[in-house]
Design a protein around this ligand. Structure first.
Ligand SMILES: [Zn+2]
Length: 170
């Protein structure tokens, strides 16, 4: 017996799955989707026929042991269930390791607009010179390598005096 959901599943392409995944935000940075962050590595349909169409999503953690990943995986499952998939596999891909280079340009711009300085280079926590997301000054100083989460470093702007987070994950 066919349900409406079976029809939806049959008509979905891998690209449209990615669009749906845009709805899932990073729990730490709610303006960024998991697609913006580059966490979603691949979307693959499984099963030999349309009726048995399953789906496999590979995700990579932004940093080792990120506790948010279990939550993200659960949200992906829930979303795919809503779309009508019954066979859902979410795998965590460990290599190659995630780098901030995987973040989309749109994601970096949204991060800046949210008040967090986007990553500039891989594997670096600059001592100064990070652009202040509040006033645009580069007259800034590192206050702490760890801010509210392990993913962010804390800086202060010497011009507008505002402290701000820098997204440093790699
Ligand atoms: Zn400033």
């Amino acid at each position: 017996m066919n349900s409406d959901n079976d029809i939806i599943v049959a008509s979905l392409s891998e690209a449209s799955i990615m669009e749906h995944l845009e709805e899932i935000k990073d729990p730490e940075i709610p303006v960024l989707s998991i697609v913006d962050l580059g966490i979603v590595r691949s979307v693959q349909f499984t099963g030999s026929s349309e009726e048995e169409k399953g789906i496999e999503i590979a995700i990579t953690s932004t940093y080792t042991g990120c506790p948010a990943m279990d939550m993200i995986a659960a949200e992906i499952r829930l979303l795919l269930q809503t779309l009508g998939f019954k066979k859902i596999t979410v795998t965590q891909q460990l290599s190659p390791a995630w780098t901030t280079d995987w973040m989309s340009e749109a994601g970096k711009q949204r991060l800046q607009a949210y008040g967090i300085a986007p990553p500039e280079k891989r594997f670096s926590i600059p001592a100064d010179g990070v652009i202040c997301p509040q006033c645009g000054s580069s007259n800034t100083k590192l206050l702490s390598e760890f801010s509210s989460t392990a993913c962010k470093a804390l800086y202060q702007c010497s011009d507008c005096k505002e402290p701000f987070d820098y997204f440093k994950c790699h």
